[in-house]
Structure formats: C-alpha cells, structure tokens
Design a protein around this ligand. Structure first.
Ligand code: PMP
Ligand code: GLN
Length: 375
C-alpha cells in the first residue's frame, strides 16, 4: 500500500516538461536562466584539483559554518555558534524533511499555511503526524483568527514561509507579534521558518525570525544557497537552530545524507567572502519591475510582489477556465509556461490566479511578455 497515495509528480516537473515539449518560454518552475557569478565559477575551477573530494564533516565544512554564522550576525545581528547551531543541508528540501522527521511525533499536528510550497506535507504524513492546512487570507497574508482556531495542545509545529512562495507577499511586524502571542499560549509549539527567499525583497524589508528574540529560541530557520546565489542545481542550504533542537535534527540528517557535497561547500565558503547578499533585492527588483511594466498593457491583472522571484497574476478578464486548464492552454497555444495557484491549496481553491517566475534574463522576460500581451 502506498504511504503517500495522493502524491503525484510535482507541478514544477509537469509544467517544465510541458514547456519543453511545446518549446514554450518557461516561467513556471522557479529557477534562474542566467549565468552564475564568474567569481563563483572561478573558485570552482581553482579548487577542482585540491583535496576537496572526500566526505565533509557530518554537520558541514567548518569554514562554511563559520561564514554562515558571520553572515547571520552581519545581516540579523544574531550571534550563533557555527558548529552547534548551523547545519549544512542538501538544499532546503532536505532540511525541511530532516527537521520534520526529527521534531514531530506520530499523531501530533503541524499547521501549514495555504497556498503552500509542496515539500512540507509529505514528511509530516510519513511521520504519522497530521498536516493541518489553513488558508491564508484573500491577499495571502496570515489569517490569525483561523490560525488561532486551528492550533491546540497537539500542535507541535507551525510552518511559516516568508517571503512567500507562491504569492510573493512578506510578513509584517504585526504578524510576528501575533506569532509571539501564539507561542506564549502553546509551550510545545515550534516554528519552522522557511526563509529561502530571505534576500529577495523589494520595497519592504524582510523580517527574519533570526531577529525575533522571543521566537528564535523555538524556531528552526531554513535558508537556501540555491536561491541566494542562483545555483538551484547545487542543492546546498542550511539550518539555523538552537543547539537542543539541532542535536535531534542532526540525528536524522546523518542517516538521510550523512554529509553534503564537499566541493560545493568549499566553494561556497570562499565565495561568501566575495559576495554581498544585500544586492540581491535590487537585482531582482529590476527584473520584477521590467516584467510588470512589460505586461502592464496585457489583460492580466498583477497582484503585489513584495519578495521572492514570483509574480502572481489574475486571468479572470481573459478566461473562465480552471487555472490548471488555463496554464496548459497558455503553454500549448501561447508558448508561455506558468504555475496554477490552486495546486498549492489543499482545498484546490481556484481563484483564477497563476504564478510567473521572473528570475530570467531580459530577453526571456521580453519575449514572454510579448506573447502574454497578445492574449
Ligand atoms: N522552500 C521554498 C518556499 C521554495 O520555493 C523552495 C524552492 N525550491 C524550497 C523550499 C526548496 O529549496 P531547495 O532547492 O534549496 O531545496
Ligand atoms: N521552488 C521551485 C518553485 O517554486 C521549484 C523547485 C522544484 O522543482 N522542486 O518553482
């Protein structure tokens, strides 16, 4: 009997395949299509013949852990212990799997805020716990009444994702105050904070759980170099968590992967000396602004994009089709791939919204926009 009967191929794989089959411009799966920084590829070339090819230590390559602790201190003024409180993972996906396996017990509940990224629910189900999927409000911000109604003594964890995939919204100060009140009320409750788009915010500033003294002692924060350095294929990310939680997470991590790609870790430890993550927001803001401007004359209606590299658009003025049908037709008839938002909702709620990824070069965005404006 299947342990995950309702899990199929992810929408990202389906839409990217469909885009390839039809030669469409792929704004579906979230990945950059421009070259990575040559400083990083130069480092890779330089270390290729060094002694960097054997197992890294289980928790991570120590110089990389140190560089991450320095980064967290620089960005968020949080002092963490590099080897006790940083764990290098095979991307955020493996981090999230290990965290849930380590921290959540059978029959406990985990709150997920929908629309939600797809890798949260399967590890909860595999651990015999119960995912409790709560809809965000109409503008994709936390609905604290609904969240408070859902949390109870059995709720072990709430998963938050800020900046948010798929909506591109970011949490406000008030959202964190509400979370603090919730944590005060439920001493068993932990926070898994998925902050993979932490450096991709625009007009508004990202508030990291790293900066929230009341929350961080009960939080596990997940970051991804894939997003921050345009290297999604490297699959390297990291966890920041207090030592008591980290001890348990490492027990799972060491049998899930034992350790993470050694070459990538050495390269990243050197690259972190050369790169300024603070520039990432402006870099993507230019892309967001370009894409929004280019499709402003189309019949799509654009929702706010405050962070991440996603732009959500309504096609309600164009078609009555379901979002899944519409995105398929968009690929086949118009040559642009996007992601239907309903697949991120447990309820399947369809609001005639689709997600575009704008982590693309200018030519790709321009050509895609031209096609979208013709619809
Ligand atoms: N969380 C969110 C919100 C994401 O968008 C992604 C993107 N892939 C991940 C986690 C997984 O990141 P990684 O590729 O580092 O596993
Ligand atoms: N995070 C990427 C997105 O939201 C997809 C990653 C994947 O294909 N699993 O598009």
């Amino acid at each position: 009997m299947s342990k995950l009967p309702h899990i199929g191929t992810t929408i990202f794989t389906i839409m990217s395949q469909l885009a390839n089959e039809h030669g469409a411009i792929n704004l579906s799966q979230g990945f950059p299509n421009f070259p990575v920084d040559t400083q990083l590829t130069d480092i890779l070339k330089n270390i290729a013949s060094d002694n960097v090819h054997q197992y890294a230590p289980m928790g991570g390559y120590p110089p990389l852990q140190i560089k991450i602790a320095e980064l967290v201190n620089r960005q968020y003024h949080r002092i963490i212990h590099p080897s006790d409180e940083v764990l290098i993972t095979a991307g955020a996906t493996q981090a999230i799997f290990a965290i849930i396996q380590a921290m959540v017990n059978t029959n406990e509940e985990v709150v997920i805020l929908d629309p939600s990224y797809d890798c949260y629910e399967p590890p909860i189900i595999l651990t015999g716990a119960k995912p409790v999927r709560i809809q965000l409000d109409g503008s994709f911000m936390p609905d604290w009444q609904r969240i408070n109604d859902a949390v109870n003594e059995r709720t072990r964890m709430i998963i938050i994702n800020n900046p948010h995939n798929p909506s591109g919204r970011i949490w406000t100060e008030n959202d964190f105050l509400q979370l603090e009140i919730l944590l005060d009320k439920y001493p068993q409750l932990l926070v898994l904070s998925d902050e993979v788009y932490e450096y991709i915010t625009f007009e508004l500033k990202h508030i990291s759980v790293n900066t929230r003294e009341k929350i961080r002692s009960r939080s596990i924060i997940v970051s991804s170099f894939g997003k921050t350095f345009h290297i999604t294929g490297w699959k390297v990310g990291y966890i920041v968590a207090p030592i008591a939680l980290m001890i348990e997470i490492k027990k799972v991590h060491q049998f899930l992967v034992f350790c993470v790609n050694s070459v990538a870790q050495v390269a990243l430890s050197q690259y972190l000396d050369k790169v300024d993550v603070a520039q990432l927001g402006a870099f993507y803001q230019d892309k967001r602004d370009l894409f929004r401007r280019l499709i402003s004359t189309s019949r799509f209606e654009l929702l706010p994009s405050e962070g991440s590299y996603f732009q959500v658009a309504s096609y309600a003025h164009i078609s009555d089709e379901s979002d899944v049908e519409f995105t398929k037709r968009l690929v086949i008839e118009h040559g642009v791939a996007s992601i239907p938002m309903s697949v991120f909702n447990a309820s399947g709620k369809d609001q005639k919204l689709i997600r575009f990824c704008f982590a693309k070069d200018t030519e790709t965005l321009t050509n895609a926009a031209k096609r979208l404006c013709e619809i």
